[in-house]
Write a protein that binds this ligand. Structure first.
Ligand SMILES: [Mg+2]
Length: 256
């Protein structure tokens, strides 16, 4: 979950101002958390505090109506609606928010089912559901110590061809099916959490969301370096930090 938040914060200043540099500064004053962090926290809050995914997502997004980078158009309408209904989306929003599910549920079946439920409040298109399930399952497998190679073999059943990460060559694409193949290609290429995050930004495109998805999976595989974790947490307001702290306690309890 923190991996997704880190990727979001690091990518925030590049979403509409891409870079193809690999050695950019990870954290600057221009960085902030965006919708990817807010929605990720909402999913964690739902699980930890017994809310529906729909209610928690509405609660958090309405509390933060104007994050850096703002919400996608259809999602913004969903947030403001008096009767929010799924709208058949296959946007990458279902995949960027799902990581806590891979940490907080303990069987593959539960992870797949909960990922579907978290997605279908808005992203009830088959590609929207698939994107959420692919990320949640990758996190679940990585957390369980499954080798990267085996996680990626499993992911080829979802996305048979990954995209090669080439700096500055990825075009802006907000769909699950346009985003997951590059994210998985980055995981395949990278050898550490930080390297994965740098690729996620430097390929270009929807930087904060690619950062969030890659960061979520990379955390489960490699863990997060302490210095990066510490710096990222300084960007979070108190209420988001509280959910993150509760999440950490729940994950530790599960490990014991
Ligand atoms: Mg965003």
């Amino acid at each position: 979950m923190l991996g997704a938040i880190i990727g979001d914060i690091v990518g925030s200043r590049f979403e509409f101002n891409n870079t193809s540099e690999f050695d950019f500064e990870l954290f600057t004053e221009e960085c902030d958390f965006t919708d990817d962090t807010i929605c990720t926290v909402a999913v964690a809050d739902a699980i930890l505090n017994g809310k529906t995914y729909r209610d928690a997502t509405l609660e958090w997004c309405r509390r933060y109506p104007c994050p850096m980078g703002s919400y996608g158009g259809s999602f913004a309408r969903w947030i403001r609606s008096s009767n929010p209904q799924p709208y058949g989306s296959f946007g990458n929003g279902s995949a960027m928010r799902v990581s806590a599910i891979g940490w907080l549920f303990n069987t593959r079946e539960e992870v797949m089912e909960q990922a579907k439920r978290s997605a279908e409040i808005t992203h009830n298109h088959p590609e929207g559901l698939k994107g959420a399930q692919a990320v949640a399952l990758s996190v679940f497998m990585g957390r369980g110590g499954v080798a990267k190679h085996d996680i990626l073999d499993e992911m080829r059943r979802f996305y048979p061809a990954f995209d090669e990460p080439r700096l500055g060559m990825n075009s802006f694409n907000e769909t699950c099916q346009g985003t997951l193949p590059i994210c998985l290609g980055i995981i395949e290429r990278a050898n550490s959490f930080e390297e994965a995050i740098r690729y996620a930004i430097a390929v270009g495109g929807d930087s904060d969301t690619i950062g969030a998805i890659v960061g979520a999976i990379a955390e489960a595989i490699w863990g997060v370096p302490e210095e990066i974790a510490r710096t990222a947490l300084t960007y979070l307001p108190h209420d988001i930090r509280t959910v993150y702290d509760d999440f950490c306690k729940a994950v530790v309890i599960k490990k014991d």
